[in-house]
Write a protein that binds this ligand. Structure first.
Ligand code: ADQ
Length: 457
């Protein structure tokens, strides 16, 4: 196998000998460890000038970080990546803004990543770029004359062409994406949307094997739904030391727990979810006093206006709902504005009767998969899942809901809480089988294998 060079916005903060923070970082690290390789990304530091930052060696792996300037950060990260692309990729055009100067900053930072890579790579290295921050990376590398195989995996959705075209730079973006040799998407819906754009808006053609020709280049496209490590989640969920935390929590909530865990982001549908829970308490009053809804949502991207707004709004809503329904001995909604380490989160999943995962749009949603993996197969909880999460394609044995339909979500909660054990076990077994078949290792091996086998351009 050729050496792997991974590029992502951030390099996971990983120290030797310590457990990694999440599945994805672990999966990528395993691949690098097996094949040897380099991981390149932003250091998270703002410096006086953009420059290569620290380099760290972790056995056969080199971690190379880049510092950004304040201007890079504002235009690339806060501006075009998270102020324009993130909302549009999640069908939230109303929340997007656009400035050509920020798009230029995005291209400049992609070119900076490309320069750093150019100094590191050997001719046979495979370059694997991650996510919406790096859509123009391959184009920048090609301009330097780099001919290596390059693949991009998009962790977010790719929206329908009419939505994507609301970004004024849409054509430049898709042209740049075609400079990769391979594009991986989470679902066929996302891949199809990209192909539709290339065919209908760029006069491209598509072959049976998913190869798309447009803008004078050919790029292979494929579907690689990201998975999780089922056994790692089970181990964390069941470890006696970890369970003590969940037991402590169990004493503080009422009989049944409905659990949601998200980064605080408007794409996750938290406001609609709070309303659906309120509707549930209205329509199914018998559950009052018996069910607690816990929403764990640490703030993310706090220096972006839309994120500050959603945070304020949710705090108000949580207070209002609790004010309306709480009793002296029962608080219906627990809203926790902080993250938890995985060894506390997994037993919490395990303790919850219902996992409520209702993003308005999501590339995949690993929380849905982790919730299923953390359940006791003999007495599993029920997953209530948005039909607009990529995970819904695989986890169709969950209770699928439309997150915009408050009454529908309320009915699904009632059904989940009342579900008989045999049905819960059946649904859980069907989902576990899917998760085992499409593990994180398989996702990575399929992507890297296909990239290694893709025709060289
Ligand atoms: P995210 O939008 O970050 O990821 P998600 O897939 O749900 O969303 O979560 C990623 C990880 O973060 C999970 O392992 C989860 O356990 C952890 N996590 C989430 N909230 C947490 C919290 N409150 N405390 C502690 N840990 C928490 C993007 C895309 C997704 C896609 C992933 C992977 O937006 O659609 O599934 O990448 O491709």
């Amino acid at each position: 196998m050729p050496r792997l060079v991974v590029v992502s916005n951030r390099v996971a903060p990983i120290r030797e000998g310590e457990p990694t923070s999440g599945g994805l970082a672990a999966g990528v690290m395993d691949a690098l460890r097996e094949q040897g390789g380099v991981w390149v990304g932003w250091s998270g530091e703002i410096a006086a000038s953009s420059q290569p930052g620290e380099e760290q060696a972790l056995g056969p792996i080199r971690l190379v970080t880049i510092d950004l300037t304040r201007r890079d950060y504002d235009e690339f990260y806060r501006g075009f990546a998270n102020g324009t692309l993130w909302p549009v990729l999640h069908y939230q055009m109303g929340l997007a803004r656009f400035e050509w100067a920020e798009f230029a900053g995005y291209q400049r930072v992609n070119a900076l990543f490309a320069e750093t890579l150019g100094r590191l790579i050997a001719p046979d290295d495979l370059i694997w770029a991650h996510d919406y921050h790096l859509l123009t990376l391959a184009e920048a590398l090609r301009k330097q004359g780099v001919a290596n195989r390059m693949g991009l995996f998009l962790h977010t959705p790719f929206p329908a062409p009419a939505v994507f075209m609301t970004v004024p730079a849409h054509e430049a973006l898709v042209r740049a994406m075609c400079a990769f040799d391979m594009l991986g998407f989470q679902t066929e819906t996302d891949r199809r949307a990209f192909a539709d754009y290339a065919l209908r808006c760029a006069g491209g053609t598509e072959q049976r094997d998913g190869t798309i020709s447009a803008f004078g280049r050919s790029v292979r496209t494929g579907v690689y739904p990201i998975g999780i490590e089922v056994d790692e989640v089970r181990r964390q969920a069941e470890a006696p030391a970890n369970r003590r935390f969940a037991t402590r929590l169990g004493a503080s909530v009422h009989e049944r727990l409905i659990l949601s865990v998200d980064r605080l982001d408007y794409s996750k549908g938290l406001r609609q979810r709070f309303s659906a829970f309120e509707r549930f308490l209205d329509l199914h009053a018998a559950w009052r006093g018996k069910v607690t809804f816990m929403q764990i949502a640490p703030p993310s991207r706090p220096d972006i206006q839309t994120y500050r707004e959603i945070r304020r709004e949710l705090e108000g809503e949580a207070g209002r709902i609790n004010g309306r329904f709480a009793e002296v001995d029962w608080v219906p909604l627990h809203y926790l504005n902080r993250g938890f380490p995985r060894n506390q989160l997994m037993p919490l999943y395990n303790a919850a009767a219902v996992g409520l995962v209702t993003p308005l749009r999501d590339g995949m949603n690993l929380v849905a998969k982790e919730y299923v993996a953390a359940q006791d197969p003999d007495d599993p909880g029920v997953l209530v899942l948005s039909q607009f999460a990529g995970a819904a394609m695989e986890l169709d044995a969950s209770l699928l809901v439309n997150p915009y339909d408050e009454a529908g979500v309320a009915a699904a909660l009632n059904r989940a809480l009342a579900m008989r054990p045999e049905e819960r076990r059946e649904r859980h077994a069907a989902m576990i089988e899917v998760l085992r078949r499409n593990s994180l290792d398989r996702w990575r091996d399929r992507f890297v294998g296909d990239l290694a086998g893709s025709p060289r351009t």
